[in-house]
Design a protein around this ligand. Structure first.
Ligand code: 13P
Length: 251
């Protein structure tokens, strides 16, 4: 166990728009056989359509259930959207907010993400707020400015959730950020969180996401200030996801 962070790590699987019933059942069964309560916290975030099924399947297990988005309102005329209480009713404990794919494909702004985080917390959900810079921003040296603004804009006062640092250029590319890049960015993010939230900022967990796999998980998860991982592609393969969970146990 590393000294910098004695708290339990959390490994979150973001299935994105993948998972029809047959695949979900198979994947979850493989996890149920191997995940126990002594390791890191494990949360899987399937598409909305699989939440009810997975709530039943996961209920007797230590594996938590997350969603990939929610609306800022509790009900109303919002075609196609899902309200936070609808998620809690299905046994959901966590919700990913402001993923770069939602920011890009659905025009979500920091302000939208912040309002969603407030609504999620009110409903008893733990928001996992994603931030991350583009490749251009990193190459031009603007990445810290970008991340600083995202933290200021996306996290509400009294934020009691988790932050996921996901450099956009590392998502789905097979090119994870290097451990040096992650370590340097984590230090910056921690400073910003403390600047914004004072003492409470020291206790906000920061996850890394972006091409985490069974090969690189151990080195990433052992970095100080990395409290876990938000895993996309590798969370769809039971063996790879279990290896990442095992790496978190050892970190
Ligand atoms: O976007 C991600 C998780 O939210 C990361 O996706 P990959 O692990 O597929 O790069």
């Amino acid at each position: 166990m590393k000294e910098a962070d004695m708290s339990r790590q959390i490994i979150v699987g973001n299935w994105k728009m993948n998972g029809i019933t047959r695949d979900s059942r198979e994947l979850v069964q493989a996890l149920l056989d191997k995940v126990d309560a002594n390791g890191p916290e494990v949360v899987v975030c399937p598409p909305f359509t699989q939440l009810a099924l997975l709530n039943q399947a996961l209920a007797p297990s230590p594996i938590g259930l997350g969603a990939q988005d929610c609306h800022k309102n509790v009900s109303g005329a919002h075609t196609g959207d899902i309200a936070p209480p609808m998620l809690t009713e299905l046994g959901v404990s966590h919700v990913i907010l402001g993923h770069s794919e939602r920011r890009q494909e659905h025009g979500e702004l920091d302000e939208t993400v912040r309002e969603k985080a407030v609504a999620a917390s009110k409903a008893g959900l733990t928001p996992i707020v994603c931030i991350g810079e583009t490749e251009d921003q990193r190459e031009s040296g603007d990445h810290f400015d970008t991340l600083g603004w995202q933290i200021k804009g996306s996290l509400p006062d009294g934020f009691n959730g988790i932050v996921a640092y996901e450099p956009i250029w590392a998502i789905g590319t097979g090119r994870a950020a290097t451990t040096d890049e992650i370590a340097e960015t984590m230090t910056f993010l921690r400073q910003e969180l403390v600047r914004q939230f004072g003492e409470a900022g020291k206790n906000i967990k920061i996850l890394y996401g972006g091409s985490v796999n069974d090969k690189n998980a151990a080195s990433i998860l052992s970095l100080a200030d990395v409290a876990g991982a938000l895993v996309g592609g590798a969370s769809l393969k039971a063996d790879a996801f279990l290896s990442i969970i095992a790496a978190a146990s050892a970190a």
